[in-house]
Design a protein around this ligand. Structure first.
Ligand SMILES: C[S@@+](CC[C@H](N)C(=O)[O-])C[C@H]1O[C@@H](n2cnc3c(N)ncnc32)[C@H](O)[C@@H]1O
Length: 283
């Protein structure tokens, strides 16, 4: 059996189990077992050793339990970089890349140098911004100490550890502004935005493997936008920018929340599926 056949066989197995997987996912799992890149895979000399077959079977069995591939291999590509991930962080989403690209352009055009992220998770957003801009420094806040550990590892991987301060705190803490202790040119956030009552309807890969604190945005999904807008109005410099990722159908309501909190609405960006995904405000 060659690599192609092996992958087809496992794909059929996953489909039988009701898991919608892809050839690429299986290539990533097999490449991980063989310690190769997916491009190198088809050059690999068969047969696989018994240990390699056993390990590949084990990983495919995890996938059959809806374990997401990035969390099986502990790595996820996002924007231009690769990030360590685990069950303690939200898996970085391609939908978020549009906001990252926009923020990088705005930082460069305006010579911004201070960045704050509310809810860093793996760090995929703020670390990409720091890696792609010069003379920038950042503060990243998260309530989860386990997420901050992963973000710290990723800061080292991207070689920006010296330029980021990772702070464990909740944005609902009474003294959060004192803890942050400075103003910023740019604030960015992809907060939890799923209405609590909809968490159960999410696909198993998300519901069972992304942390609940990264998903649950309260009764109407907008709880954290209200709090972050209130804080942003106090710690954005004049002319500073706030960028939010929003859930599908939330754009208009988040625009209103920003305006009620004294921020000036600038622009809405759509993601690759043409969904309104990013809202931008100016102080
Ligand atoms: C949707 S995830 C975004 C993670 C990452 N920025 C990304 O885009 O992949 C939201 C993050 O906010 C954090 N979070 C949720 N509630 C919080 C709170 N009250 N204070 C601080 N962080 C919070 C979660 O732990 C999670 O890491």
């Amino acid at each position: 059996m060659d690599i192609r056949q092996l992958i087809n066989e496992k794909l059929a197995f996953l489909r039988e189990k009701g898991v919608s997987s892809s050839r690429l996912e299986l290539k990533i799992l097999l490449a991980f077992v063989l310690k190769k890149t997916t491009d190198e895979l088809y050059l690999y000399k068969l047969p696989l050793s018994d240990a390699q077959i056993k390990e590949f079977d084990r990983l495919v069995a995890l996938r059959a339990e809806h374990y997401p591939v990035d969390k099986i291999v502990g790595r996820k590509g996002f924007y231009k970089y690769e990030f360590e991930v685990s069950k303690d962080v939200l898996s970085p989403r391609a939908d978020t890349e549009i906001m990252v690209e926009k923020a990088i352009n705005m930082i460069r055009e305006n010579n911004f140098n201070s960045i704050l992220e509310f809810g860093v998770g793996s760090g995929c957003i703020i670390l990409s911004l720091l890696a792609d801009t010069k003379n920038t420094i950042g503060v990243g806040i998260d309530i989860s100490s386990k997420a901050l550990q992963i973000a710290g590892n990723n800061a080292r991987l991207l070689d920006v550890k010296e330029r980021i301060n990772l702070l464990q705190a909740s944005w609902f803490d009474d003294n959060i502004l004192e803890k942050i202790g400075q103003d910023f040119d740019i604030i960015i956030s992809n907060p939890p935005y799923i209405p609590s009552g909809e968490i159960n309807t999410l696909e198993l890969e998300v519901k069972n493997f992304d942390p609940l604190t990264a998903l649950d945005g309260g009764k109407d999904g907008l709880r954290d936008y209200r709090r972050i807008c209130l804080l942003a109005n106090k710690i954005l410099k004049k002319g500073g920018i706030l960028l939010f990722e929003v859930g599908e159908g939330e754009a208009e309501r988040v625009k209103e929340i920003g305006e009620v909190n004294g921020l000036s609405y600038q622009e809405t960006l759509r993601d690759l599926n043409d969904i309104k995904r990013c809202i931008i405000f100016k102080k």
